[in-house]
Design a protein around this ligand. Structure first.
Ligand code: ADP
Ligand code: TRP
Length: 346
Protein backbone atom coordinates (compact mmCIF):
# COMPACT_ATOMS: atom_id res chain seq x y z
CA UNK A 1 0.00 0.00 0.00
CA UNK A 2 1.32 3.41 -0.93
CA UNK A 3 1.55 5.94 1.87
CA UNK A 4 3.67 9.07 2.03
CA UNK A 5 7.20 8.63 0.87
CA UNK A 6 10.33 10.71 0.97
CA UNK A 7 12.86 11.24 -1.75
CA UNK A 8 16.34 12.66 -1.50
CA UNK A 9 17.21 14.84 -4.45
CA UNK A 10 20.42 16.86 -4.48
CA UNK A 11 20.73 16.19 -0.77
CA UNK A 12 17.33 17.79 -0.04
CA UNK A 13 14.86 15.55 1.70
CA UNK A 14 11.36 16.14 0.48
CA UNK A 15 8.07 14.49 1.15
CA UNK A 16 6.35 13.16 -1.97
CA UNK A 17 2.61 12.89 -1.66
CA UNK A 18 -0.02 11.19 -3.73
CA UNK A 19 -2.28 14.03 -4.85
CA UNK A 20 -5.71 13.52 -6.38
CA UNK A 21 -8.51 15.76 -7.55
CA UNK A 22 -11.38 15.85 -10.02
CA UNK A 23 -13.82 18.21 -11.65
CA UNK A 24 -17.26 17.37 -12.96
CA UNK A 25 -17.88 17.98 -16.65
CA UNK A 26 -21.18 19.67 -15.96
CA UNK A 27 -20.52 22.93 -17.80
CA UNK A 28 -17.74 25.32 -18.82
CA UNK A 29 -14.82 25.97 -16.48
CA UNK A 30 -14.71 29.30 -14.66
CA UNK A 31 -12.42 31.56 -12.67
CA UNK A 32 -13.47 29.89 -9.38
CA UNK A 33 -12.45 26.46 -10.70
CA UNK A 34 -9.08 27.85 -11.73
CA UNK A 35 -8.22 29.88 -8.62
CA UNK A 36 -9.83 27.47 -6.15
CA UNK A 37 -8.56 24.22 -7.64
CA UNK A 38 -6.71 23.97 -10.97
CA UNK A 39 -3.96 26.44 -10.06
CA UNK A 40 -3.14 24.26 -7.04
CA UNK A 41 -3.15 21.14 -9.26
CA UNK A 42 -0.48 22.74 -11.44
CA UNK A 43 1.58 23.94 -8.43
CA UNK A 44 1.54 20.49 -6.80
CA UNK A 45 2.51 18.90 -10.12
CA UNK A 46 5.45 21.35 -10.39
CA UNK A 47 6.59 20.40 -6.89
CA UNK A 48 7.10 16.82 -8.03
CA UNK A 49 4.22 15.13 -6.19
CA UNK A 50 2.56 12.06 -7.70
CA UNK A 51 -0.54 13.68 -9.12
CA UNK A 52 -3.74 12.03 -10.33
CA UNK A 53 -6.26 14.39 -11.95
CA UNK A 54 -9.47 13.22 -13.49
CA UNK A 55 -12.79 14.18 -15.05
CA UNK A 56 -15.68 13.11 -12.83
CA UNK A 57 -18.17 12.15 -15.53
CA UNK A 58 -20.10 9.65 -13.38
CA UNK A 59 -20.59 12.44 -10.85
CA UNK A 60 -21.78 14.82 -13.58
CA UNK A 61 -24.40 12.26 -14.65
CA UNK A 62 -26.21 12.85 -11.34
CA UNK A 63 -27.26 16.26 -12.65
CA UNK A 64 -26.52 16.39 -16.39
CA UNK A 65 -28.55 13.74 -18.22
CA UNK A 66 -28.02 14.70 -21.82
CA UNK A 67 -25.69 12.54 -23.92
CA UNK A 68 -24.44 15.26 -26.28
CA UNK A 69 -23.98 17.83 -23.53
CA UNK A 70 -22.10 15.42 -21.23
CA UNK A 71 -19.81 14.28 -24.04
CA UNK A 72 -19.09 17.86 -25.09
CA UNK A 73 -18.44 18.99 -21.51
CA UNK A 74 -16.10 16.02 -20.94
CA UNK A 75 -13.99 16.99 -23.93
CA UNK A 76 -14.13 20.66 -22.90
CA UNK A 77 -12.90 19.96 -19.37
CA UNK A 78 -10.16 17.63 -20.68
CA UNK A 79 -8.95 20.23 -23.17
CA UNK A 80 -9.15 22.95 -20.53
CA UNK A 81 -7.10 21.02 -17.95
CA UNK A 82 -4.35 20.48 -20.54
CA UNK A 83 -4.45 24.10 -21.73
CA UNK A 84 -4.19 25.32 -18.14
CA UNK A 85 -1.05 23.32 -17.44
CA UNK A 86 -1.79 19.72 -16.49
CA UNK A 87 1.11 17.87 -18.05
CA UNK A 88 0.28 14.26 -18.93
CA UNK A 89 3.97 13.35 -18.73
CA UNK A 90 4.06 14.40 -15.09
CA UNK A 91 0.51 13.73 -13.87
CA UNK A 92 -1.84 10.83 -14.45
CA UNK A 93 -4.70 12.49 -16.28
CA UNK A 94 -7.84 10.46 -17.04
CA UNK A 95 -11.61 10.02 -17.07
CA UNK A 96 -13.37 8.52 -14.06
CA UNK A 97 -15.26 6.14 -16.36
CA UNK A 98 -12.00 4.55 -17.54
CA UNK A 99 -11.58 3.09 -14.05
CA UNK A 100 -14.70 0.95 -13.42
CA UNK A 101 -13.16 -0.31 -10.15
CA UNK A 102 -14.13 3.02 -8.62
CA UNK A 103 -17.84 2.26 -8.87
CA UNK A 104 -17.17 -1.16 -7.34
CA UNK A 105 -15.36 0.44 -4.41
CA UNK A 106 -18.26 2.87 -4.08
CA UNK A 107 -20.48 -0.16 -3.41
CA UNK A 108 -18.13 -1.55 -0.77
CA UNK A 109 -18.04 1.86 0.94
CA UNK A 110 -21.84 2.12 0.72
CA UNK A 111 -22.07 -0.93 2.95
CA UNK A 112 -20.21 0.84 5.78
CA UNK A 113 -21.83 4.25 5.23
CA UNK A 114 -24.56 5.21 7.71
CA UNK A 115 -27.56 6.80 5.97
CA UNK A 116 -27.39 9.53 8.62
CA UNK A 117 -23.94 10.57 7.35
CA UNK A 118 -25.39 11.24 3.88
CA UNK A 119 -28.37 13.03 5.39
CA UNK A 120 -25.95 15.52 6.94
CA UNK A 121 -24.20 16.25 3.62
CA UNK A 122 -24.85 19.86 2.68
CA UNK A 123 -24.14 19.67 -1.05
CA UNK A 124 -27.08 17.31 -1.62
CA UNK A 125 -29.43 19.67 0.20
CA UNK A 126 -28.01 22.72 -1.63
CA UNK A 127 -28.37 21.08 -5.03
CA UNK A 128 -31.94 19.99 -4.37
CA UNK A 129 -32.73 23.48 -3.06
CA UNK A 130 -31.38 24.84 -6.37
CA UNK A 131 -33.85 22.68 -8.27
CA UNK A 132 -31.85 19.53 -9.05
CA UNK A 133 -33.72 16.20 -9.11
CA UNK A 134 -33.25 14.27 -5.86
CA UNK A 135 -31.97 11.02 -7.41
CA UNK A 136 -30.07 8.29 -5.52
CA UNK A 137 -26.89 9.10 -7.46
CA UNK A 138 -26.98 12.64 -6.10
CA UNK A 139 -27.61 11.33 -2.58
CA UNK A 140 -24.73 8.85 -2.87
CA UNK A 141 -22.42 11.37 -4.55
CA UNK A 142 -20.05 11.73 -1.55
CA UNK A 143 -19.53 7.94 -1.38
CA UNK A 144 -18.48 7.81 -5.03
CA UNK A 145 -16.18 10.76 -4.33
CA UNK A 146 -14.69 8.89 -1.36
CA UNK A 147 -14.06 5.90 -3.65
CA UNK A 148 -12.34 8.22 -6.17
CA UNK A 149 -9.99 9.38 -3.47
CA UNK A 150 -9.15 6.22 -1.55
CA UNK A 151 -8.78 4.00 -4.62
CA UNK A 152 -5.49 5.77 -5.43
CA UNK A 153 -4.26 5.77 -1.80
CA UNK A 154 -4.38 9.58 -2.02
CA UNK A 155 -2.76 11.68 0.70
CA UNK A 156 -3.76 15.18 -0.43
CA UNK A 157 -6.87 16.49 -2.20
CA UNK A 158 -6.67 20.06 -3.59
CA UNK A 159 -10.20 21.55 -3.68
CA UNK A 160 -12.23 24.66 -2.89
CA UNK A 161 -14.00 25.11 0.44
CA UNK A 162 -17.28 23.62 -0.85
CA UNK A 163 -15.59 20.20 -1.03
CA UNK A 164 -14.22 20.18 2.52
CA UNK A 165 -17.14 18.20 3.90
CA UNK A 166 -16.69 15.58 1.18
CA UNK A 167 -13.10 15.02 2.25
CA UNK A 168 -14.22 14.70 5.87
CA UNK A 169 -16.81 12.12 4.79
CA UNK A 170 -14.07 10.29 2.88
CA UNK A 171 -11.96 10.08 6.03
CA UNK A 172 -14.97 8.86 8.04
CA UNK A 173 -15.72 6.15 5.49
CA UNK A 174 -12.07 5.02 5.29
CA UNK A 175 -11.98 4.77 9.09
CA UNK A 176 -15.26 2.82 9.16
CA UNK A 177 -14.05 0.47 6.45
CA UNK A 178 -10.75 -0.12 8.22
CA UNK A 179 -12.57 -0.70 11.52
CA UNK A 180 -15.03 -3.12 9.95
CA UNK A 181 -12.38 -5.17 8.23
CA UNK A 182 -9.74 -5.01 10.88
CA UNK A 183 -6.78 -3.68 8.96
CA UNK A 184 -5.30 -0.48 7.51
CA UNK A 185 -6.71 -1.20 4.10
CA UNK A 186 -7.54 2.35 3.06
CA UNK A 187 -5.35 5.47 3.35
CA UNK A 188 -6.86 8.57 4.99
CA UNK A 189 -6.58 11.71 2.82
CA UNK A 190 -6.34 15.37 3.80
CA UNK A 191 -7.87 18.37 2.06
CA UNK A 192 -5.55 20.97 0.54
CA UNK A 193 -7.40 24.29 0.59
CA UNK A 194 -5.81 27.70 0.01
CA UNK A 195 -7.74 30.08 2.29
CA UNK A 196 -7.66 33.24 0.10
CA UNK A 197 -9.23 31.43 -2.85
CA UNK A 198 -11.35 28.92 -0.95
CA UNK A 199 -14.58 30.64 -2.06
CA UNK A 200 -14.28 32.82 -5.17
CA UNK A 201 -17.39 35.00 -5.57
CA UNK A 202 -19.45 35.08 -8.76
CA UNK A 203 -20.97 38.12 -10.49
CA UNK A 204 -23.82 38.16 -7.93
CA UNK A 205 -21.48 38.01 -4.92
CA UNK A 206 -22.46 34.39 -4.11
CA UNK A 207 -19.99 31.50 -4.58
CA UNK A 208 -19.13 31.27 -8.28
CA UNK A 209 -20.53 28.05 -9.72
CA UNK A 210 -21.28 26.46 -13.08
CA UNK A 211 -24.80 25.82 -11.93
CA UNK A 212 -25.71 29.27 -10.53
CA UNK A 213 -25.41 31.30 -13.77
CA UNK A 214 -22.98 33.64 -12.02
CA UNK A 215 -19.66 32.44 -13.42
CA UNK A 216 -16.93 34.21 -15.35
CA UNK A 217 -15.81 31.59 -17.84
CA UNK A 218 -12.14 31.02 -18.57
CA UNK A 219 -12.35 30.10 -22.24
CA UNK A 220 -14.16 32.95 -23.91
CA UNK A 221 -13.09 35.95 -25.96
CA UNK A 222 -11.61 39.06 -24.29
CA UNK A 223 -14.72 40.98 -25.35
CA UNK A 224 -17.02 38.39 -23.72
CA UNK A 225 -14.95 38.62 -20.54
CA UNK A 226 -15.34 42.43 -20.54
CA UNK A 227 -19.10 42.09 -20.96
CA UNK A 228 -19.34 39.51 -18.19
CA UNK A 229 -17.29 41.67 -15.80
CA UNK A 230 -19.56 44.61 -16.62
CA UNK A 231 -22.47 42.50 -15.28
CA UNK A 232 -20.99 42.16 -11.77
CA UNK A 233 -23.59 43.41 -9.33
CA UNK A 234 -22.57 46.58 -7.44
CA UNK A 235 -24.47 49.13 -5.36
CA UNK A 236 -25.57 52.51 -6.69
CA UNK A 237 -22.93 54.72 -4.99
CA UNK A 238 -22.20 57.67 -7.32
CA UNK A 239 -18.90 57.88 -9.20
CA UNK A 240 -17.56 60.76 -7.07
CA UNK A 241 -18.49 59.23 -3.71
CA UNK A 242 -16.04 57.23 -1.56
CA UNK A 243 -16.64 53.47 -1.64
CA UNK A 244 -15.78 50.58 0.64
CA UNK A 245 -13.64 48.08 -1.33
CA UNK A 246 -14.35 45.34 1.19
CA UNK A 247 -18.07 45.42 0.37
CA UNK A 248 -17.60 45.12 -3.37
CA UNK A 249 -17.53 41.87 -5.41
CA UNK A 250 -15.47 43.53 -8.15
CA UNK A 251 -12.77 44.37 -5.62
CA UNK A 252 -12.97 40.90 -4.08
CA UNK A 253 -12.01 39.47 -7.49
CA UNK A 254 -9.45 42.20 -8.25
CA UNK A 255 -7.68 41.40 -4.99
CA UNK A 256 -7.21 37.81 -6.13
CA UNK A 257 -5.69 38.77 -9.47
CA UNK A 258 -3.80 42.07 -9.06
CA UNK A 259 -0.41 42.18 -7.35
CA UNK A 260 -0.38 43.52 -3.78
CA UNK A 261 0.77 47.01 -4.73
CA UNK A 262 -1.93 47.48 -7.35
CA UNK A 263 -4.60 45.97 -5.08
CA UNK A 264 -3.68 48.53 -2.38
CA UNK A 265 -3.75 51.37 -4.92
CA UNK A 266 -7.19 50.36 -6.15
CA UNK A 267 -8.47 50.09 -2.56
CA UNK A 268 -7.13 53.64 -2.01
CA UNK A 269 -8.96 54.88 -5.13
CA UNK A 270 -12.22 53.30 -3.91
CA UNK A 271 -11.91 55.07 -0.55
CA UNK A 272 -10.93 58.43 -2.11
CA UNK A 273 -13.95 58.62 -4.45
CA UNK A 274 -13.88 59.60 -8.12
CA UNK A 275 -13.14 55.97 -9.03
CA UNK A 276 -16.21 54.23 -10.41
CA UNK A 277 -17.18 50.59 -10.44
CA UNK A 278 -16.84 50.77 -14.24
CA UNK A 279 -13.11 51.49 -13.88
CA UNK A 280 -12.68 48.54 -11.54
CA UNK A 281 -14.64 46.21 -13.83
CA UNK A 282 -12.57 47.23 -16.86
CA UNK A 283 -9.31 46.57 -14.96
CA UNK A 284 -10.61 43.21 -13.73
CA UNK A 285 -11.42 42.13 -17.30
CA UNK A 286 -7.92 43.17 -18.39
CA UNK A 287 -6.32 41.11 -15.64
CA UNK A 288 -8.43 38.05 -16.47
CA UNK A 289 -7.66 38.39 -20.18
CA UNK A 290 -3.91 38.70 -19.47
CA UNK A 291 -3.92 35.74 -17.10
CA UNK A 292 -5.63 33.40 -19.52
CA UNK A 293 -4.21 34.60 -22.86
CA UNK A 294 -1.62 31.78 -23.14
CA UNK A 295 -4.09 29.09 -22.00
CA UNK A 296 -6.70 30.36 -24.46
CA UNK A 297 -4.18 30.02 -27.29
CA UNK A 298 -3.28 26.50 -26.22
CA UNK A 299 -6.98 25.62 -25.91
CA UNK A 300 -7.65 26.83 -29.47
CA UNK A 301 -4.81 24.60 -30.73
CA UNK A 302 -5.87 21.52 -28.76
CA UNK A 303 -9.52 21.98 -29.72
CA UNK A 304 -8.52 21.35 -33.33
CA UNK A 305 -7.04 18.00 -32.32
CA UNK A 306 -9.53 16.13 -30.11
CA UNK A 307 -7.93 12.78 -30.99
CA UNK A 308 -4.75 13.79 -29.20
CA UNK A 309 -6.81 14.73 -26.14
CA UNK A 310 -8.59 11.35 -26.29
CA UNK A 311 -5.25 9.52 -26.59
CA UNK A 312 -3.89 11.33 -23.53
CA UNK A 313 -6.99 10.35 -21.56
CA UNK A 314 -6.75 6.73 -22.68
CA UNK A 315 -3.10 6.46 -21.61
CA UNK A 316 -3.85 8.10 -18.26
CA UNK A 317 -6.85 5.83 -17.71
CA UNK A 318 -4.71 2.73 -18.18
CA UNK A 319 -2.15 3.98 -15.64
CA UNK A 320 -4.81 4.93 -13.10
CA UNK A 321 -6.54 1.58 -13.52
CA UNK A 322 -3.42 -0.36 -12.53
CA UNK A 323 -3.32 1.44 -9.19
CA UNK A 324 -7.08 1.07 -8.69
CA UNK A 325 -6.96 -2.67 -9.37
CA UNK A 326 -4.49 -3.17 -6.52
CA UNK A 327 -6.66 -1.25 -4.08
CA UNK A 328 -9.90 -2.97 -5.06
CA UNK A 329 -8.27 -6.40 -4.74
CA UNK A 330 -7.08 -5.46 -1.23
CA UNK A 331 -10.51 -4.09 -0.30
CA UNK A 332 -12.43 -7.12 -1.62
CA UNK A 333 -10.06 -9.50 0.06
CA UNK A 334 -10.28 -7.75 3.42
CA UNK A 335 -14.09 -7.87 3.30
CA UNK A 336 -14.26 -11.54 2.30
CA UNK A 337 -15.58 -10.90 -1.18
CA UNK A 338 -14.40 -13.85 -3.20
CA UNK A 339 -14.23 -13.71 -6.95
CA UNK A 340 -13.65 -16.65 -9.27
CA UNK A 341 -10.26 -15.17 -9.99
CA UNK A 342 -9.21 -15.05 -6.34
CA UNK A 343 -10.58 -18.59 -5.69
CA UNK A 344 -8.79 -19.95 -8.78
CA UNK A 345 -5.50 -18.35 -7.77
CA UNK A 346 -5.80 -19.78 -4.29
P1 ADP B 1 -19.02 24.15 -9.83
O1 ADP B 1 -19.50 24.53 -8.44
O2 ADP B 1 -18.84 25.32 -10.67
O3 ADP B 1 -19.88 23.06 -10.47
P2 ADP B 1 -17.19 22.07 -9.36
O4 ADP B 1 -18.10 21.56 -8.31
O5 ADP B 1 -17.05 21.25 -10.59
O6 ADP B 1 -17.59 23.54 -9.69
O7 ADP B 1 -15.75 22.31 -8.73
C1 ADP B 1 -14.51 21.90 -9.25
C2 ADP B 1 -13.44 22.37 -8.31
O8 ADP B 1 -13.41 23.80 -8.29
C3 ADP B 1 -13.68 21.94 -6.84
O9 ADP B 1 -12.45 21.66 -6.23
C4 ADP B 1 -14.33 23.14 -6.24
O10 ADP B 1 -14.13 23.23 -4.85
C5 ADP B 1 -13.61 24.27 -6.96
N1 ADP B 1 -14.46 25.46 -7.02
C6 ADP B 1 -15.64 25.57 -7.70
N2 ADP B 1 -16.17 26.80 -7.53
C7 ADP B 1 -15.31 27.46 -6.72
C8 ADP B 1 -15.31 28.78 -6.16
N3 ADP B 1 -16.29 29.63 -6.44
N4 ADP B 1 -14.29 29.12 -5.35
C9 ADP B 1 -13.28 28.26 -5.07
N5 ADP B 1 -13.22 27.00 -5.57
C10 ADP B 1 -14.22 26.61 -6.38
N1 TRP C 1 -17.27 16.76 -6.08
C1 TRP C 1 -16.21 17.44 -6.78
C2 TRP C 1 -16.74 18.79 -7.28
O1 TRP C 1 -17.90 18.97 -7.46
C3 TRP C 1 -15.70 16.64 -7.95
C4 TRP C 1 -15.03 15.39 -7.50
C5 TRP C 1 -15.46 14.11 -7.73
C6 TRP C 1 -13.84 15.31 -6.73
N2 TRP C 1 -14.60 13.24 -7.15
C7 TRP C 1 -13.61 13.92 -6.54
C8 TRP C 1 -12.95 16.26 -6.19
C9 TRP C 1 -12.49 13.47 -5.81
C10 TRP C 1 -11.86 15.79 -5.46
C11 TRP C 1 -11.64 14.41 -5.27
O2 TRP C 1 -15.97 19.64 -7.50
Amino acid sequence: MMTERTSIKKGIRKSIKRVLSGIQPSGRLHLGNYLGAIRQYVDLQAKGHECFYFIANYHALTSLQDKAALEAATLHVATAYLALGIDPDRSVFFMQSDVPEVTELCWLLNTVCPVSLMQKATSYKDKVAHGEAANMGLFDYPVLQAADIVIYDSNLVPVGQDQKQHIEITRDLAIKFNQAFGRDVLVLPEPYIVPEVAVVPGIDGEKMSKSYDNAIEIFQTPRQTQKRCAQIVTDSTALDAPKDPDKCSVYALLKLLADDVEAEEIAGSYRAGGYGYGHAKARLAELINELFAPARDRYAELEKDPDTVRDILRTGGAKARLVAQETIARARDSAGILTSRSVASG
